[in-house]
Write a protein that binds this ligand. Sequence first.
Ligand SMILES: Nc1nc2c(ncn2[C@@H]2O[C@@H]3COP(=O)(O)O[C@H]4[C@@H](O)[C@H](n5cnc6c(=O)[nH]c(N)nc65)O[C@@H]4COP(=O)(O)O[C@H]3[C@H]2O)c(=O)[nH]1
Ligand SMILES: Nc1nc2c(ncn2[C@@H]2O[C@@H]3COP(=O)(O)O[C@H]4[C@@H](O)[C@H](n5cnc6c(=O)[nH]c(N)nc65)O[C@@H]4COP(=O)(O)O[C@H]3[C@H]2O)c(=O)[nH]1
Ligand SMILES: Nc1nc2c(ncn2[C@@H]2O[C@@H]3COP(=O)(O)O[C@H]4[C@@H](O)[C@H](n5cnc6c(=O)[nH]c(N)nc65)O[C@@H]4COP(=O)(O)O[C@H]3[C@H]2O)c(=O)[nH]1
Ligand SMILES: Nc1nc2c(ncn2[C@@H]2O[C@@H]3COP(=O)(O)O[C@H]4[C@@H](O)[C@H](n5cnc6c(=O)[nH]c(N)nc65)O[C@@H]4COP(=O)(O)O[C@H]3[C@H]2O)c(=O)[nH]1
Lengths: 75, 75
Amino acid sequence: SKVMLDLRKLSRADLDPELAPVSRFAHTIQLQRGDFNGNVLTIRGEDLRAMSVMFGTEPSELVVRLEDQGILAQV
Amino acid sequence: SKVMLDLRKLSRADLDPELAPVSRFAHTIQLQRGDFNGNVLTIRGEDLRAMSVMFGTEPSELVVRLEDQGILAQV
Ligand SMILES: Nc1nc2c(ncn2[C@@H]2O[C@@H]3COP(=O)(O)O[C@H]4[C@@H](O)[C@H](n5cnc6c(=O)[nH]c(N)nc65)O[C@@H]4COP(=O)(O)O[C@H]3[C@H]2O)c(=O)[nH]1
Ligand SMILES: Nc1nc2c(ncn2[C@@H]2O[C@@H]3COP(=O)(O)O[C@H]4[C@@H](O)[C@H](n5cnc6c(=O)[nH]c(N)nc65)O[C@@H]4COP(=O)(O)O[C@H]3[C@H]2O)c(=O)[nH]1
Ligand SMILES: Nc1nc2c(ncn2[C@@H]2O[C@@H]3COP(=O)(O)O[C@H]4[C@@H](O)[C@H](n5cnc6c(=O)[nH]c(N)nc65)O[C@@H]4COP(=O)(O)O[C@H]3[C@H]2O)c(=O)[nH]1
Ligand SMILES: Nc1nc2c(ncn2[C@@H]2O[C@@H]3COP(=O)(O)O[C@H]4[C@@H](O)[C@H](n5cnc6c(=O)[nH]c(N)nc65)O[C@@H]4COP(=O)(O)O[C@H]3[C@H]2O)c(=O)[nH]1
């Protein structure tokens, strides 16, 4: 299973400010790749783990939180 | 810089038999991704290092060898 971020949702002005780190992370990866499809970004399992550490949650917890916000889909 | 493999060259019947592990590695990655573009495969820096260990060479040495065979390009 892969973790796919919705870039359009992540770039909305009304994004929960606590989720700004996720938005910054996605943007950094886009730049590193030169990936400007602008709609979705699938990231590594290790990235989810790194982000969870940053949020002080379990990876599964962070997945649920981001799914609730419509930011993430597991595919 | 990224390491890009020429899948067409890798799948040729007259490929140097010693390079079969490279061909198998590329095929495995293609399956894991579901990436069937069939022409190029860009792999991770860590993959080049893993392959060099398997060949008992330095990464730079393996790059030169595969470049000479037209199998690899650094982009
Ligand atoms: N489909 C697919 N292709 C893969 C995968 N892993 C590596 N590649 C391919 O191999 C290239 C080099 O990967 P890298 O050395 O890890 O070098 C990568 C890596 O250091 C970083 N990066 C890119 N995407 C991610 C990501 O989602 N997470 C993390 N942590 N780093 C990433 O940016 C560098 C350049 O990325 P790219 O331009 O995309 O270039 C990537 C990409 O073409 C994979 O799991 N799936
Ligand atoms: N630009 C972009 N698109 C995304 C991303 N995540 C999902 N997609 C879209 O969803 C499909 C599955 O992507 P994937 O899991 O990365 O699986 C991809 C990936 O593993 C690989 N792939 C395709 N294009 C490239 C590429 O330019 N470079 C590398 N390194 N891998 C690629 O082939 C698989 C199938 O690709 P597609 O049939 O084109 O179809 C892709 C693409 O349309 C993303 O982070 N960036
Ligand atoms: N060593 C190695 N393993 C590879 C490579 N390509 C794919 N894999 C393995 O296959 C899994 C699925 O790859 P994907 O369908 O491209 O799905 C990938 C792809 O859509 C995206 N991704 C990850 N790293 C990169 C990257 O460096 N560049 C790009 N463009 N996309 C990446 O994130 C998804 C999940 O990545 P992972 O959780 O790491 O899970 C990856 C990884 O375990 C490779 O070149 N080298
Ligand atoms: N995870 C994921 N990332 C994607 C996908 N499509 C594009 N990307 C990302 O967006 C960058 C530009 O893709 P592009 O314009 O389609 O142009 C690509 C593509 O046409 C081709 N290419 C190079 N390596 C690969 C490969 O391993 N697989 C595929 N399918 N195409 C590749 O060369 C260009 C540069 O490739 P990259 O260095 O990999 O850099 C890719 C990759 O980082 C996707 O479906 N999933």
